[in-house]
Design a binder for this molecule. Sequence first.
Ligand SMILES: *[C@@H]1O[C@H](CO)[C@@H](O)[C@H](O)[C@H]1NC(C)=O
Ligand SMILES: *[C@@H]1O[C@H](CO)[C@@H](O)[C@H](O)[C@H]1NC(C)=O
Length: 351
Amino acid sequence: MASLVRFLLFVFLLLGLVSHSGAYHPNPVRFGHRRSPRSKRVSRRSCQAPVYTNISACFPALGFTTPSNVPASTDGWWCDPVNEYAFLGFSYEVTACQSLSQLQKEFADIRTNFNGRYVRLYGACDREGFYDDVVTAAWDNTLGVHALIWFGYGSSSKWGSRRDTLFSTLHSNPKAKFVTRVVQFGSEPLFDQVLSPAQLTTQVIAAKQNLSDIGIPVTVSDLAYGYQRNGGAQDVLDAIDSINAHMLPFFAASATTGITGTGKKMYFDENGWPSITYSGVKPQSKVAVASVSNEQGYFGLLDEHCTDLKTVVAGGVGWFAHIYSDAQEPGYGIYSSSGKLKFPFAPRTSC
Ligand SMILES: *[C@@H]1O[C@H](CO)[C@@H](O)[C@H](O)[C@H]1NC(C)=O
Ligand SMILES: *[C@@H]1O[C@H](CO)[C@@H](O)[C@H](O)[C@H]1NC(C)=O
């Protein structure tokens, strides 16, 4: 437990910096391309009494019922990220190319048994129509999706065709823009040096343009160290709409300065602690111990610090548990590979 506390101190030092930096960004860049009419109205009247808005009457708030038909537009559809923090849902690995029925079953579990609001995709499935199945299951279970353009580890050029396939589906599937909250360039393109910061910035800007007609923002899913090893990669930080940071403190190197101070909404998307070590999952530090109790302890500490995380700029940090099942990534799952919960898991979704 001592090691966990040490790593958590490191996390909250980072959060302190982010939160503090917000003071120097009185107009933080908002997530998304357009402000909703509602947020405009609030800001114009900011010196009057606040206007009451029902923060549950939006997708994918808990308690919201998805209509049977797709609305005419996404105006007023999405919950404002300023009201989204605490536990959001799971990282969900898709290399297994889950069938639609498995997606339906597991997304229903995420929503109903864990109060999930989002799934953050991880890995890649190149089966034709796979993202259409993700959209169907997400819509049917009132879950938003952080979609991912998977780069893989090390260099590979496959990401370009994956990007094209995803962008086509986002435009062609009528429900896609109602469930896809953000597209992430990942995983770890900076850390793996697949693209230079300048190349990645160009890609992010082009993606934002491509997706602007359907209102889907774009981010990069990377380690803080991915920015740091590229001289801070300020151009990338400026281009992205939100920050999806990998928090795997088991691997923590002291590399956080780059991603602080942007004033943008922040998510911990690849965020967890393994219960076992194996080749590829070995800590940098001798004091980091892989065990189920430390995995449980890590999420427990995040949950305990709900109110601290809420003070971070742009409405607080929203976090994903990485990952849904050991069948997806050994050791990191909330479920074991035989489908049993490894420990009680019921983090708060507000505080
Ligand atoms: C807020 O919206 C939710 C979901 O649409 C609804 O169930 C709830 O009754 C609303 N609350 C109020 C006070 O209007
Ligand atoms: C968006 O990207 C897709 C896939 O690369 C492409 O077919 C489409 O023409 C692009 N649309 C725009 C408006 O750039």
